[in-house]
Structures are given as C-alpha cells and as structure tokens.
Ligand binder design. Structure first.
Ligand code: UT7
Length: 329
C-alpha cells in the first residue's frame, strides 16, 4: 500500500466588508499613508463590526463557504482545529463554537495557540492525524478578530492588524502530494516583545489592568522585526536545503503577511522572485492566523497540481516555521 500523505483539497476564506483605510487611520492617530505603506506595505484592513460577532463567526463563514465549494456536508467533518490568538472566550475552545455554528455534529475540535504561526502549527498537527490514518476529513481554520485586542490610540500597532479568516480541508492522498515536510520552532524567551499583558493567569483582569490598557496587543516592533526577518528567512532556506530545492523549483512562497519588508527578505534568501510570492498585505494587513489561508484562497486559481509550495510564518512566542507541500489539485 502506498504511503498516505495529507493534502489540502479545498480552501476558502472570509473577510468582513468594512475597510479601514490608511486615510481613516490618519484621522484616529498621528500617522499617514506614506509611512504605513513604505514601512509595512499595508493600504487597508478589514474590520468585523457589529455586536455579538467574534472570531468564531469569521471562522464559521470561511468553513461554510468551503463546504459549499466542496459540496460536502458538515456532518462529514471529523475534526476542526482552530488556530486563533483571539478566541471568543478564554474557554471553551473557539473550535467547539465554530463546529456548533457550522453544524459539524460529528467532529471534535480544539484550538491551537501559536500566535501568527498558529496556522502552520495547526496544519502540521492535522497532517499527522491524516498520515496515521486516524481521520479522513480535517478542517484547519485560522480566524482572528484582531480588532478586539488592538488599541486604536497606539499608532505602533493599530496600523498593522486586521480581521479575517481562512480554512482548508485536509484529506489523505496516495499520489505523494500534499504536505512533504515541516520545520516548526518556538522560543518563549521572546514573550516580552509581543504579548497581551493581562487577562491570563499571570495577571487576571482587574480595574487596574483595564485602566493600564493591558488587554491590548503590546509589541516592541523593532525587536520583533529583527527576529522575524532572520528566523523566517532561515527556516525557509533550511526546509529548501533539506528537500534539495532551489529557488527555481519553488512555484510559490506563501508567507505570513506581517510586513512586506520581512516577506521580501525571506524571498531573497530563498532565491525566489517576487512574481512567485503571494502578497495581499496591502488589502488585509496582518490577520494573524488568517494570512496564509487568505493567500491560498486568493491564488487558488493559479495553483497547479504538483506545484512546490513553501509556507512560512513568524509570530509571538516567539514561534516560527515553514511547511513544504505539493499542491494536490
Ligand atoms: O505578525 C507577528 C510578528 N510581527 C511582526 O513581524 C512585526 C515586526 N515589526 C514591524 O513590522 C515593524 O517594526 C513596524 C511596522 C511595527 C514598525 O516599523 P519600524 O520601521 O520598525 O518603525 P520603528 O518602530 O522603528 O519606528 C520608526 C519611527 C519612530 O519615530 P522616531 O522615534 O524615529 O521619531 C516611531 O515613533 O516611526 C514612528 N512610528 C510611526 N510614524 C507614523 C511608529 N509607528 C508609526 C506610525 N505612523 N503608525
């Protein structure tokens, strides 16, 4: 019997309609379109407006569209892994809420937290369940309502993040397509540079933590940038070397969309031309766990069976990693 690999067999994404432009942000904080565009590449981001809407709604919408595309019933899903840094609640898991909202009655679900690298970590985790033959239909969904933890008076962070979600269906493949290799890394000593200070067991919520704005994203941008540039490029070069791939062999680089300058540095290091780099940061900003599936979804029509694709990410933790896959359809 041939070896079972885990292949992406469908992708969908969902973003809210509201566009928060650089111009509108310029009326909220001391910033301007020129600074944001030249330092990050972002022009606008989507914001989920409306009472009672959360990351689970972003994720559920992405999955509903995916099921429709695949002509699949929600009851067929075995497992939902939700990568999110903005769960609806500290508990229960957002994956459980999503499963309920899409009607995935036979699925179990759990959340996976690796900040901006979460989608890669979740995809890798899901691939093991497929490779071992444990499950046959797994949905990996990255969903983040970043606007719920952004301080819109802090120009250092509010220009970067946006809301969005994307989901992939992972199924067994016997043609050797799908996920080939992965390198995942974390280094918790980086936690001081990118985090939310309060609301966890270390600093439970109090009036004081709210007054001190400790329930928003804190980021030391310069330090994170330095680590992101080096580590995302290194890990992507490493996975290429390990699999004897040159820049010419790569059809697409799918990078986490945190900063265009980090993406450019990664592509240069891999020897991959900009025409092979999926880039939509200008439209969505950094949607954390949504960035990579949002790219795959936008580029789906251009992907060909057998294409060598490298996914790469860096995020809070620190966490970072790279996955090499062969597109399966
Ligand atoms: O996805 C998770 C991982 N996260 C990342 O990978 C993000 C990594 N970091 C970055 O992308 C960048 O560091 C930022 C985009 C966050 C910041 O860009 P930077 O080129 O590192 O800027 P900086 O923080 O060094 O700030 C340069 C200047 C400062 O002014 P002075 O001190 O030189 O006068 C800032 O106060 O730009 C100022 N500044 C701004 N000016 C206009 C900072 N934010 C803004 C702003 N508009 N929004």
């Amino acid at each position: 019997m041939s070896k079972i690999t885990a292949a992406i067999t469908g992708v969908n994404a969902w973003t809210p309609e509201y566009k928060l432009t650089n111009e509108e942000l310029s009326t909220m904080v001391d910033t301007n379109d020129e600074w944001i565009t030249s330092r990050t590449g972002i022009k606008e981001r989507r914001i989920l407006k409306g009472e009672g809407l959360a990351s689970s709604d972003l994720g559920a919408n992405a999955i509903k569209g995916l099921l429709k595309k695949k002509n699949m019933k929600a009851e067929e899903i075995d497992l939902i892994i939700c990568a999110t840094a903005t769960p609806d609640m500290l508990f229960p898991a957002t994956a459980c809420i999503i499963a309920d909202k899409v009607g995935a009655k036979n699925a179990f679900g759990f959340d996976l937290m690796a900040a901006c690298s979460g989608f890669l970590f979740a995809l890798d985790t899901a691939s093991k369940y497929i490779e071992t033959g444990s499950y046959k239909k797994i949905i990996v969904v990255g969903a983040d309502k970043m606007s719920s933890i952004v301080d819109y008076t802090d120009r250092q962070t509010c220009v970067i993040f946006g809301d969005g979600s994307g989901a992939v269906l992972l199924e067994p493949n016997e043609e050797g397509l799908g996920i080939q290799d992965s390198i995942l890394k974390s280094d918790g000593s980086g936690r001081d540079y990118l985090h939310m200070k309060a609301g966890g067991s270390l600093r439970p919520s109090t009036h004081a933590t709210v007054d001190a704005k400790e329930h928003f994203i804190y980021q030391d941008g310069k330090t994170v940038f330095k680590f992101a540039v080096t580590n995302m490029a290194d890990v992507s070069a490493d996975i290429m070397e390990r699999n004897n791939l040159t820049g010419d062999d790569i059809a697409w680089l799918v990078p986490h969309q945190a900063n265009k300058r980090i993406i450019d540095a990664t592509a240069r290091r891999m020897g991959v031309g900009t025409d092979k780099v999926m880039l939509n940061i200008q439209k969505y900003g950094n949607t954390t766990n949504g960035t990579i599936p949002l790219c795959l979804w936008e580029w789906e029509d251009k992907l060909k069976k057998g294409d060598n694709i490298v996914l790469a990410a860096f995020g809070g933790g620190f966490t970072w990693g790279s996955i090499y896959l062969k597109w399966a359809y």
